[in-house]
Write a protein that binds this ligand. Structure first.
Ligand code: F6R
Length: 614
């Protein structure tokens, strides 16, 4: 969704902001704009469509300065057009704002401001903010106080950055609620502001994350943070270890392709330092802050997440229940938050989120907090809200995931959940030494097994053309690989726009089997796991109805190769980790089909990387 970049320092602000916005393109947007203080006046350029349109406009009509703000907008109020793109300027031209979030009471505020004579120049909710700030500035208050007063009138969740030509030594930024993050990068006599880390990593890795209801004033050489009611905040500076190069595409055509190929490495990183072979093959997850006493007290775990992360949670349910014998529920975060869930101080609510900023997941975490549960999170983005607001967390260690379709941030949490299950099982005594040692020995195989799947992309490239023109596709799985069917279908639909359904194979005969005919390709996930025989008979049932079957099967499985139309081979994998090796070829299949269809793989239509609105 919307992206924000701001800069104050001695570099050319236009270039820094355009570079930053470019790195935020993956978030999804439909217009872009930039405002720079040039010769003491605010100059704005805005354009509908992709950033390249804005860049062309700037080439024709350049602007430059040492302080500025920029934005990529994902339309909510008003069509995607230049006039609705951010930044929005006040009537005097002295104040300019970019904003993530929704001003829920904007109609009221708009009426009030119109009655005061303000003429609106866009259809956006954001424009009310700049007029409110202007209202207070013109009555003699300074920018910080005017912003504070304006913010106090807004309903909803917001990330806001404001610049004024009357006070050209600063940029003011604030965060209220969960409309995405605000991160401030500290450079050498310069400050960077952004909604997301990749926008600024190229320039600095020293960062401060703004909490909800905090306001920061960034000067070239200092940062001042207070709460919205004016109390000073002692803030913590973080050193981000992400390598800026990892946010670049390198030799790959798309980020998604690169991220699929990074999985052997990201799985190595997520395991690194967490398995102590010398100390009896034990798992260490220090940031979880889990004691033996609490592990024994946990009466249930509820995993909350959205989309791909929820599919990882479904695998996690099977792993945690099997290994540590604690009941686990999995709930879609947007459902959990409104269902009055039954949780108490002995329950753990575990949020899984790549971005750590998904509005529904954060709201579900707040609901769990209100009800007294212990909060854990598995997150990729270091310093994200889901990491900060949990009592303990596990970091995915994937590095930046830029492609909108999540890949490496799906397989890493599968392994994190596996390690978590071992840790809890160990602390609760449901796992004896031998069983634990075997599980850990299996775990250590997984980066190599993932690597072997990735090496087989040529086989996938032969199957992709056969599916590229299909209109529908069914994915079937069972047990620990049932979520693989959901996830395989989600990958295909979101980037290739082919209608795809993931289904628990055992449910076929209760309805969906009616869909099967020669025009319906069926991807059957049937590795050698405890559900193998059931899946095999599923293939036969599909073939008996003329279905065309693409099977994901373990190396050397002749039975399957005799019945399926096409086989995607995966190396034999310990069954609890098999969802890692079964999903990788399906990610590659979706990717190759979308690429063959000539689609915008990294930024599929209507989608955003970080869903910061409800
Ligand atoms: C699908 C995808 C989405 C996300 C979902 C949650 O490929 O990426 O379904 O998984 O929007 O996002 P996070 O994990 O950032 O909370």
């Amino acid at each position: 969704m919307c992206g924000i970049v701001g800069y104050i320092g001695s570099l050319d602000a236009t270039q820094v902001i355009l570079n930053g916005l470019k790195r935020l393109e993956y978030r999804g947007y439909d217009s872009a704009g930039i405002a720079v203080l040039q010769n003491e006046e605010i100059e704005i350029r805005r354009e509908a469509g992709k950033l390249i349109n804005l860049q062309r406009l700037i080439e024709i009509n350049p602007l430059s300065g040492r302080i500025g703000i920029g934005h990529t907008r994902w339309a909510t109020h008003g069509e995607p057009s230049a006039r609705n793109a951010h930044p929005h300027l006040s009537a005097t031209g002295d104040v300019v704002v970019v904003h993530n979030g929704i001003v829920e009471n904007f109609l009221e505020l708009r009426e009030e401001l119109s009655a005061e004579g303000v003429v609106f120049r866009s259809d956006t909710d954001t424009e009310v903010i700049v007029h409110l700030v202007e209202r207070y500035l013109s009555s003699g208050t300074d920018l910080v106080e005017a912003t504070r007063k304006a913010l106090s009138l807004l309903k909803g969740a917001h990330g806001i950055v404001i610049l004024s030509s009357r006070e050209p030594d600063k940029i003011v930024t604030a965060r209220i609620g969960n409309a995405g993050g605000v991160v401030i990068g500290i450079g050498d006599e310069e400050m960077y502001l952004a909604s997301d880390l990749p926008a600024i990593l190229e320039y600095t890795q020293r960062v401060v994350f703004l909490e909800s209801r905090q306001m920061a004033v960034a000067y070239q050489d200092k940062l001042d943070i207070k709460t919205l009611d004016g109390k000073p905040v002692i803030f913590e500076e973080h050193q981000v270890t992400w390598d800026p190069i990892s946010a670049e595409k390198g030799e790959y055509r798309h980020f998604m392709e690169k991220e699929i190929h990074e999985q052997a490495r990201s799985l190595t990183d997520t395991i690194a330092g967490r398995v102590d072979i010398e100390d009896g093959h034990r798992v260490r997850l220090p940031e979880l802050n889990l004691t033996r006493e609490f592990a024994k007290r946990i009466d249930k775990i509820i995993i909350i997440a959205c989309g791909t992360a929820a599919h990882a949670g479904m695998v996690g349910k099977i792993l945690i229940e099997r290994i540590s014998r604690i009941p686990v529920e999995v709930d879609i975060a947007s459902e959990f938050r409104y269902r009055d869930p039954i949780v108490d101080q002995d329950s753990v609510v575990l949020a899984i989120s790549q971005s750590g900023e998904t509005a529904d997941t954060l709201a579900a975490m707040e609901e769990a907090r209100r009800k007294g549960a212990t909060l854990w999170s598995i997150v990729n983005v270091i310093g994200s809200q889901a990491m900060r607001s949990a009592d303990g967390y596990i970091s995915m260690q994937c590095g930046p995931e830029i492609g909108v379709a999540s890949t490496k941030a799906y397989t890493a949490p599968l392994v994190d959940l596996y390690m978590l299950a071992i840790l809890i099982g160990d602390l609760r005594g449901t796992l004896n030494d031998r069983a634990r040692e075997q599980l850990i020995a299996d775990l250590r195989l997984i980066p190599d097994l993932a690597g072997r799947c990735i090496e087989r992309e040529d086989g996938i490239k032969k199957i992709a053309p056969k599916l590229m023109n299909t209109n529908h596709c069914l994915f079937l799985g069972r047990g620990i690989n049932m979520p693989t069917a959901y996830e395989g279908a989600l990958k295909l639909k979101e980037i290739s726009y082919i209608h795809a359904e993931g289904y628990p194979a055992g449910e076929m005969k209760h309805g969906p089997i009616a869909l099967i005919d020669e025009a319906m390709p069926i991807v059957v996930i049937a590795p050698k796991d405890p559900w193998y025989e059931k899946m095999f008979s599923q293939i036969e049932q599909a073939k008996a109805r003329d279905g065309s079957v693409i099977a994901v099967a373990s190396d050397g499985d002749e039975l399957i190769s005799n019945v399926a139309d096409h086989v995607i081979w995966v190396p034999e994998t310990p069954w609890m980790l098999s969802p890692v090796t079964t999903i990788i070829p399906l990610q590659m299949l979706a990717y190759n089909i979308a690429a063959l269809r000539g689609l915008d793989v990294d930024q599929p239509r209507n989608l955003a990387k970080s869903v910061t609105v409800e």
